[in-house]
Design a protein around this ligand. Structure first.
Ligand code: CIR
Length: 253
């Protein structure tokens, strides 16, 4: 992975969508600092970071992961499940068309990038309030010319598949088993988060390093015991908006 696209924090982030958590004010200044640290962490891992800012009027614009999926062969512009987020995709399409040919998810399908884990030629897609069955079928259709297997995954109790499971190496998934059906993951090395840190499964990995929210000490310790190289960054303000590390970037080669 060598590139990441991020989006600046909207000054309206406190008006973000919320589904499973109570609304508390997001400190905009702290969120901006945390976003900068996140970008610096990606850069320290050898990733070239492009920062967009044209969607600042959308409260959830910083959670750019939900707007697109980038595969080697093409980029898929999603149709986010939340009405308030649909307009975010125009800017992202313009940016991604510099890197890939574009396919689009169309109505009535809905699909959030946070529901998709790509590990090699396997594409897991969460069945959630944001991603409907037409969205999963639409993704299967756009990927049909290529060598991917699209596998639906049952998710319950959290917003996105990636709130419950993320790839942390080409063969390993970090999971919260309370929120996701593990049976589709039988070919992978499945690592369970510490149960006191239910949100800790939202992680990213880049160039051999797993990145986690700094507050998840126990899960970080567990991964280090398993000899993963781990870097921590504080994303507490984004957790108040029901986001985590993966949501804050679109990452691709
Ligand atoms: C939303 O509800 O859409 C935002 N407040 C949070 C999105 C988090 N995105 C992600 O997990 N990929």
């Amino acid at each position: 992975m060598t590139k990441a696209i991020v989006h600046t924090v909207s000054p309206r982030i406190s008006n973000c969508e919320l589904t499973y958590i109570e609304r508390v004010p997001v400190d905009f200044a702290v969120a901006c600092q945390q976003h900068q640290s996140y970008c610096q962490l990606l850069e320290s891992l050898g990733i070239e970071v492009t920062v967009l800012s044209g969607n600042e009027h959308f409260p959830d614009a910083v959670f750019i992961e939900d707007t697109a999926l980038v595969f080697e062969e093409l980029a898929v512009i999603t149709r986010p499940g939340a009405d308030s987020r649909r307009g975010e995709t125009t800017l992202i399409e313009a940016e991604l068309s510099k890197h890939r040919s574009i396919a689009k998810i169309m109505s009535p399908a809905t699909l959030d990038g946070g529901d998709v884990i790509q590990v090699g030629s396997t594409v897991f897609v969460g069945q959630t309030a944001r991603t409907n069955s037409a969205g999963i079928t639409a993704l299967q259709t756009v990927l049909a010319p290529f060598d991917y297997e699209v596998i639906p995954v049952k998710v319950d109790g959290c917003l996105h598949l990636k709130s419950a499971a993320c790839d942390i190496s080409p063969r390993s998934l970090l999971v919260n088993p309370k929120w996701v059906d593990l049976s589709p993951f039988s070919d992978f090395n499945v690592i369970t988060i510490d149960e006191n840190e239910p949100w800790a499964a939202n992680a990213i990995h880049a160039n051999g390093t797993v990145c986690l929210h700094a507050g998840f000490d126990r899960t970080i310790g567990l991964l280090r015991e398993l000899e993963f190289r781990v870097a921590a960054v504080n994303v507490s303000e984004f957790q108040k908006a029901e986001g985590g590390l993966s949501c804050l970037s679109l990452r691709f080669q």
